[in-house]
Ligand binder design. Structure first.
Ligand code: FAD
Length: 265
């Protein structure tokens, strides 16, 4: 690890000021991605701005019928929240499938979506529910937020403050986890919302994406059999030491069927 200055601001405004003053600074949330990156010397920030002392970034609440999850809320808090289990149980289920208890106690929803790892779980829920990402300066629709592998629409000095999830009619998430890390080899989030059916796939490609062919099929018939008539193009999917693109294409259909069956209860 290289030497750096450590800051622990008490407000979002103070954190933004620090980022503006120190262009080489990095935000620190749960540290589950950032700290290993620093230890491997893959990043050399001049300053770390720790979000852990900012109370306004933490917590889960209802707002106008939507569920608002603060960016610095750890996965474990979402997993065990009565409010989440009552309003959007698919989110509690997804959070409970992330890593292990240690990871769920430290890792945060804001860190996960800002990092946008191709195999992360939260991007599937954010895109699958058509959520809105709230930052210190604007609101970004999920469809515009995830722009590529480890890339998002965030500016360098922009802080995610919360994610606003509209309440779906029904929704579910199914993933095939990597047996070592529990990251998604493939994860599929299916939601029937007031605006139509949405299907988001993570783990399979360089970036989370919507499977629009399946969305159309499910709009006509919201049932696991609808998956049979849909072709998943393997040419755009990842091949690596864990799975080939063809295997991932197969897993997308299997996970989609499981998610639909689970959404139907
Ligand atoms: C062993 C292990 C297993 C894991 N398994 C899974 C899994 O199964 N599924 C899964 O989805 N994830 C998994 N993770 C990832 C983990 O759950 C965290 O979500 C992830 O590490 C990022 O969250 P963090 O809070 O630790 O962010 P950090 O590591 O602190 O930060 C990550 C990046 O996001 C930036 N950032 C953080 N917060 C904000 C913010 N509010 N606004 C703007 N930028 C911000 C930071 O500057 C940094 O660039 C695993 C991690 C480990 C170590």
């Amino acid at each position: 690890m290289y030497a750096f200055e450590y800051h622990r601001p008490a407000s979002v405004a103070e954190a933004v000021r620090l980022l503006r003053e120190k262009p080489e600074a990095k935000l620190l949330a749960g540290g589950h991605t950032l700290i290993p990156t620093l230890k491997q010397r893959l990043a050399q920030p001049s300053d770390l701005v720790d979000l852990g002392g900012i109370a306004e970034l933490r917590g889960i609440r209802e707002e106008g019928g939507a569920l608002v999850i603060g960016a610095a809320t750890p996965h474990g808090e979402v997993e065990t929240s009565d409010l989440v289990r009552r309003t959007i149980p698919a989110l509690a289920h997804l959070a409970g499938e992330i890593g292990d208890p240690q990871v769920r106690n430290r890792g945060t929803i804001g860190g996960s979506i800002a990092n946008n790892d191709p195999a992360a779980d939260w991007p599937a829920a954010v895109l699958g529910l058509g959520a809105t990402v709230r930052t210190d300066r604007r609101e970004i629709a999920a469809d515009d937020f995830f722009t590529g592998m480890f890339e998002t629409a965030l500016e360098a000095d922009e802080i995610v403050t919360a994610v606003v999830f509209p309440r779906p009619r029904r929704a579910a998430y199914a993933k095939f986890p990597n047996p070592a890390s529990r990251y998604a080899m493939v994860g599929v989030f299916v939601a029937e919302t007031d605006g139509g059916v949405r299907v988001a796939v993570t783990g399979a490609a360089p970036c989370v994406f919507r499977l629009t062919a399946l969305e159309r099929a499910l709009a006509a018939n919201f049932a696991p059999e609808a998956v049979d008539g849909v072709t998943v193009d393997a040419s755009e999917l990842n091949s690596d030491i864990h799975a080939s693109a063809d295997y991932r294409a197969h897993l997308v259909k299997v996970m989609a069927k499981r998610a639909i069956a689970s959404a139907l209860g």
